[in-house]
Write a protein that binds this ligand. Structure first.
Ligand code: BGC
Length: 901
C-alpha cells in the first residue's frame, strides 16, 4: 500500500521508537482514522480508534489523550485526558483542519492499574474540498464507439444466461482504445512539498516523470452520477526543480466499460475523462498549481482496449516510446478538449484503496490432455497474472482466465458469452523479453489457458497478484475436523475476492453490487475482516441511489442501463447491513447516517403491503434453491431458482425481519415513538402472516425448507403451531434425504433454527458432505464458495455457475458464533458471550477475532466428560461464559476454565 509520511512524521516516529511505548504489558495498537490505517485525502472530520491489549486481569482503559499536529509540527488538537473505557469513536475537536495537509496523531491510553501506553505517531491527510478544484476535465477529441442501450433489458438478461460457447466476435471492433494524456511543465524553485489530486471518468494510471504514483483501478466504483471519489498522492519525491512531465492513461473501468449481467457499456457517460490538480509548495513559501487543462495533449497507445469484464489487450508496438518522460516529442498528439462537470459530487476517501494484497507463486504450468497450456494458480483468486514473456516481434500471447479444470486437468470454460471472456493479450513490439501485468482489469480465476507462449517458458515466468480492497483480516477459525478449516479458508478467499472497491456477487460474470448477497453475508464478513469503512462507503452509494418512492435497488451502485428492481431480502440490505455494522463495531453513527434511508424504505414496503402482507411486485423469493421439489415442478420455480415458490411468504418474512431490526435501531437512537411504531408494525405483520399463510396444521402453501425456516426464524407462528411447523421443516429435510434445500434468504437461518429444537439435525446438515452441502464443496477440492451447491458433479468433469460467490459463506457466522461460541453480548463486544453449542464431531475448536476493543482468543476442548476452555479477552470488556451449571462472569484477560458437560 502506498503510504505517505512527511519527514516530520518519520522523525517523530524514529524518536518515539527510542522511548518505551508502553509501560508493562499494556499496549495500544492498530490506530486508525475513520476506520482506515493512515488514510490519505479524507474530507470527513477525523474519528480516531485504536485497540488495546494487556496481560493483566481486569484491565480497563480509564482515559485517553489524543494529540494531533500539522506537518509543521504545530499542535492543532490536544484532547486532554478524557475519561472513557472505549478505544474508538473519538471525534476530532481541534481547530479546523486545512485542505491538502498531512497531520500526525498519537494516542496515550491509561488503564486502571496505573499503566499507560502510547501509540507511534500516525498520519492522515486531508483532501481538496470541491470549491478548491480549479482543474478542468480533459477528454479526447474523438467519439467513442456507439453502444446500443437495449429497450428490452430482460430479453438481454435471458440471452446472456443462455451459456454455450462464446459467439465469435472481435473485441477490438467493439471496444475503445485507452486514452493517453501528457503535459510537461517547469518548476523554477526548490520544492518543499507536492501533492496530486486525481480522479477520472473511467479508471486511470497517473505517472509523474515516468513513475506510476496512483492506486490500482482508481477511482473505484461509486454511484457516479452523485458521488465520485478522488485520490490524493504525495508526489514530493517524484518532482524535481526544472522540467517535469505528468502522464496518464484512462481506461473504461466501471464508467464506460461493460457492466452488469448483460454487460452493457457507457452506462455513466459516452466519454472518458481525467481531472488532476497538482499543488507544489516551494521552500520560499510560494506555490504553483499544475492541472488538467487545454494544454494537455492526447493520443492512443499500446492498450488496444481494457475492460473490467472483458480483459485487456496490450500491443507493445503501439506504445509511443518515452511518452511518460520529459522531452518526448508529442507534436503528433492532439490537443485535448476541456469539459466541465459538477464538482460538488467529488468526495475524499471513505474506504481503503484496492491493492495487491498477496503475490502467489503459481503451482504449475502444464499441458492438459486436450492440448491446452495451462497455468494453475492452485487457488481460485481475484487479480491478475504478472508475466515475463520471451518472444518475437508480432508474436501474441493470450491468457484466458477460468475457474475450474476437469479431473484430467482440462480447463472447463464456465465463463463465456460476449464480454465475459476474461482474456488478456500481449503482443511483442520486437524480439526479446518483456514483462506484462494487466493494469485496467481484474479477473476471477484459478486456471489460465495460455496461447502463444514460446518454447522454454516455465512456471517461474509468472506471478499472480491478488487484488482486493485492502482491509485487515480480523478473524480465524480452526477445529479438530480439518474440513472446517478448509471451509473457513474458502469463505475468506471468496470474501476477499468479492470485496474489490464494492461488495460483489462474483468477481467475473457480473462484478455487481448485489444487495442481497451482501446482507446475507454481512455477519460473516464482520467476523473475518474489518469491513466497517468499506461497507459504510457502499451504503453512501446506496443512499444516493434510493429512489424517490423510497425503494432500494437490487444492485448498488445502480447501473442505469440494466433492468433493476427492488426485492425483499435484497433491498432490505439498507436496514440489515447498517445493523450488522453497529452490532460488530458498536458505533451508532452508522445507524444515524442511514436512518432516513431505512425509514423511507420501510414506508415504501408498507405502501406495497397494505394488509401487512407483501404480495406486490417482483420478488427473487428464496433465490437459488438447490432443487425444486418434484411436486412443484412446472409450478413456478423460475429457471430452477425458486423465485415463484412461496415468494409472498418470503417477502412478508423479510418485511417482518426488517421491522424487528427497525425497532432495535430506533431504540438505539433514542427514537421511542419510532420504536413503538415498528413494534406495532411487526405485531401486525406477524398476525397477518399467521392468519393468511399458516394453516391450522402448521403447513404453508408450499412445503419448503426455506419457508418453514424463515417462518420460525422470524417468529411468524404461534406457540400452538410452532411444533407442527418444526415438524414440517424436518419432513422437508427428510424428503431430500436429510440434505438441506434452502436458497439465499433462508440459508443464513437454517442451522440456527434447527439448533433451537433439533441439534442432531443441525449437526447432520453441517457435517453433510454430499451435494448440496458445505462440505461437499470442500470434498470436491473447492478453494472458494460456489454460487450453486452442485456446481461440480461427483465426476468433476463439468462445471456450471460461478465458483466464487460469498453468499453461502454465510455459514461462517454460525461457525464463529455457535461452534466456536464467540458472541456479542453488547454491540462492539463490550460484553462478550462465550456459548458454544459443543456439537458432536468437534474435539476442539479454536479461533480469534479482533474486536474494536482488541483481540479475543478462544479455545475449547473436550476432556472426557467435560470441557476445558482457554480465553483471552481485551481490556475494557467483560465476558459471560455460559456453562451447564450457570453463567461464569470473567474480567478481561487470560482465563482457563473447566466444567462438566
Ligand atoms: C447473482 C446473484 C444475485 C442474483 C439476483 C445473480 O445473477 O449472481 O448472486 O443475487 O442474480 O437474484
Amino acid at each position: 500500500m502506498k503510504k505517505e509520511r512527511s519527514l516530520l512524521a518519520v522523525a517523530i516516529l524514529l524518536l518515539s521508537t527510542l522511548l518505551p511505548s508502553a509501560a508493562g504489558s499494556y499496549r495500544v495498537y492498530s490506530p486508525k482514522v475513520n476506520d482506515m490505517t493512515e488514510p490519505t485525502g479524507i474530507e470527513e472530520s477525523p474519528v480516531f480508534s485504536w485497540r488495546l491489549s494487556s496481560d493483566a486481569e481486569g484491565c480497563s482503559q480509564t482515559s485517553y489523550e489524543i494529540t494531533v499536529r500539522d506537518s509543521d509540527g504545530k499542535e492543532v488538537w490536544s484532547s486532554g485526558k478524557v475519561s472513557s473505557s472505549r478505544p474508538f469513536g473519538v471525534r476530532y475537536q481541534g481547530s479546523p483542519l486545512a485542505d491538502n495537509r498531512q497531520y500526525c496523531w498519537k494516542v496515550t491510553s491509561y488503564d486502571n492499574h496505573g499503566q499507560s501506553a502510547t501509540s507511534d505517531w500516525n498520519t492522515f491527510s486531508t483532501g481538496l474540498s470541491s470549491e478548491k478544484w480549479t482543474a478542468q476535465w480533459i477528454e479526447i477529441t474523438e467519439d467513442r464507439k456507439k453502444v446500443e442501450h437495449s429497450d428490452n433489458p430482460m430479453a438481454a438478461v435471458f440471452a446472456s444466461m443462455g451459456g454455450g460457447p462464446a459467439k465469435p466476435y472481435v473485441p477490438e471492433d467493439e471496444l475503445d482504445r485507452c486514452q493517453y494524456f501528457r503535459k510537461e511543465f517547469n518548476l523554477g524553485k526548490k520544492i518543499k512539498r507536492a501533492t496530486a489530486f486525481a480522479t477520472a471518468h473511467g479508471v486511470y494510471n497517473l505517472y509523474i516523470n515516468g513513475e506510476c504514483v496512483s492506486e490500482i483501478l482508481a477511482p473505484g466504483f461509486t454511484t457516479y452520477p452523485h458521488y465520485l471519489e478522488y485520490q490524493r498522492y504525495d508526489i514530493t519525491r517524484n518532482l524535481k526543480q526544472g522540467a517535469n512531465v505528468i502522464g496518464a492513461i484512462v481506461a473504461d473501468g466501471w464508467w464506460s466499460g461493460k457492466l452488469g449481467v448483460t454487460a452493457v457499456g457507457n452506462q455513466y457517460g459516452d466519454s472518458n475523462g481525467l481531472l488532476c490538480q497538482i499543488i507544489v509548495e516551494f521552500e520560499d513559501g510560494t506555490t504553483q498549481t499544475i492541472q488538467t487543462d487545454g494544454d494537455f495533449r492526447w493520443s492512443y497507445g499500446a492498450y488496444v482496449y481494457a475492460d473490467i469484464y472483458e480483459g485487456e489487450s496490450f500491443d507493445a508496438s503501439l506504445e509511443p516510446k518515452g511518452w511518460k518522460e520529459v522531452g518526448f516529442d508529442d507534436s503528433s498528439w492532439k490537443s485535448v478538449k476541456t469539459a466541465s462537470y459538477d464538482n460538488s459530487i467529488l468526495k475524499g476517501r471513505l474506504a481503503p484503496p484496492v491493492d495487491i494484497v498477496r503475490t502467489i507463486v503459481p503451482k504449475r504450468l502444464y499441458v492438459s490432455e486436450n492440448g491446452q497450456t495451462v497455468l494453475d494458480v492452485g487457488e481460485n483468486i481475484v487479480g491478475r497474472v504478472a508475466s515475463t514473456l520471451t518472444g518475437e516481434k508480432g508474436q501474441r500471447v493470450t491468457f484466458c482466465h477460468q475457474e475450474e479444470a476437469d479431473s484430467k486437468g482440462n480447463v472447463l470454460v464456465t465463463l463465456n458469452g460476449k464480454h465475459k471472456e476474461q482474456i488478456t493479450k500481449f503482443t511483442f513490439a520486437e524480439d526479446g523479453t518483456f514483462t506484462y501485468t494487466p493494469q485496467f482489469t481484474f479477473m476471477g480465476f484459478r486456471y489460465v489457458i495460455i496461447d502463444g507462449l514460446s518454447e522454454g517458458a516455465s512456471v517461474d515466468d509468472f506471478k499472480v497478484e491478488v487484488l482486493n480492497t485492502d482491509m485487515d483480516i480480523t478473524g480465524g477459525f480452526s477445529t479438530s475436523d480439518k474440513r472446517f478449516d478448509r471451509l473457513q479458508e474458502n469463505i475468506l478467499r471468496s470474501q476477499s475476492g468479492n470485496m474489490l472497491s464494492i461488495p460483489t456477487d462474483c468477481p467475473h460474470r457480473e462484478k455487481a453490487g448485489w444487495t442481497g448477497d451482501m446482507q446475507i453475508y454481512a455477519p460473516t464478513a464482520t467476523y473475518n475482516m474489518d469491513v466497517k469503512a468499506f461497507l459504510a462507503k457502499w451504503l453512501t452509494s446506496m443512499r444516493y441511489d434510493q429512489r424517490e418512492d423510497g425503494s432500494i435497488l437490487d444492485v448498488i451502485p445502480r447501473m442505469p442501463y440494466i433492468n433493476q428492481t427492488c426485492a425483499a431480502g435484497w433491498s432490505d440490505a439498507c436496514v440489515i447491513v447498517p445493523w450488522r455494522l453497529y452490532e460488530e463495531y458498536g458505533d451508532p453513527s452508522v445507524l444515524e447516517e442511514n436512518y432516513q434511508m431505512m425509514t423511507k424504505w420501510m414506508d415504501y414496503v408498507s405502501s406495497q403491503a397494505p394488509n401487512y402482507l407483501w404480495e406486490n411486485g417482483f420478488q427473487y423469493g428464496d433465490w437459488s434453491l438447490p432443487k425444486t421439489p418434484d411436486r412443484y415442478r412446472g409450478n413456478g420455480g423460475f429457471m430452477g431458482f425458486g423465485m415463484d415458490l412461496g415468494n409472498k411468504c418470503v417477502a412478508t418474512a423479510m418485511y417482518a425481519y426488517s421491522a424487528s431490526l427497525m425497532s432495535k435501531i430506533a431504540s438505539v437512537l433514542g427514537r421511542s415513538e419510532d420504536k413503538d411504531k415498528y413494534d406495532t408494525l411487526l405485531d401486525n405483520i406477524r398476525k397477518a402472516y399467521i392468519e393468511n399463510y399458516l394453516r391450522e396444521d402448521g403447513r404453508l402453501e408450499f412445503d419448503m425448507q426455506g419457508l418453514y425456516t424463515l417462518t420460525l426464524a422470524m417468529g411468524l407462528t404461534d406457540d400452538r403451531r410452532r411444533p407442527a411447523v418444526q415438524d414440517h421443516l424436518l419432513e422437508c429435510i427428510h424428503e431430500m434425504g436429510d440434505h438441506l434445500n434452502t436458497g439465499f434468504l433462508s440459508t443464513p437461518f437454517l442451522l440456527d433454527v434447527l439448533l433451537s429444537f433439533d441439534k442432531e439435525m443441525a449437526r447432520t446438515i453441517l457435517f453433510d458432505d454430499d451435494a448440496p452441502s458445505w462440505l461437499y464443496e470442500v470434498k470436491m477440492g473447492a478453494t472458494t464458495m460456489w454460487e450453486n451447491w452442485m456446481a461440480i458433479p461427483e465426476d468433476h468433469n463439468s462445471a456450471r455457475a460461478s465458483m466464487n460467490h460469498f453468499a453461502y459463506g454465510c455459514v461462517g457466522d454460525f461457525l464463529y458464533r455457535e461452534i466456536l461460541g464467540l458472541q456479542k453480548g453488547a454491540p462492539g463486544y463490550e460484553t462478550i458471550i462465550v456459548d458454544p453449542c459443543f456439537m458432536e464431531g468437534f474435539d476442539f475448536v479454536e479461533g480469534w477475532h479482533e474486536t474494536p476493543y482488541g483481540r479475543i482468543e478462544l479455545r475449547w476442548e473436550k476432556t472426557g466428560d467435560g470441557i476445558r476452555m482457554d480465553i483471552l479477552t481485551p481490556p475494557s470488556t467483560n465476558t459471560i461464559v455460559r456453562t451447564p451449571s450457570g453463567d461464569k462472569i470473567l474480567d478481561s484477560g487470560k482465563h482457563c476454565i473447566s466444567f462438566a458437560l
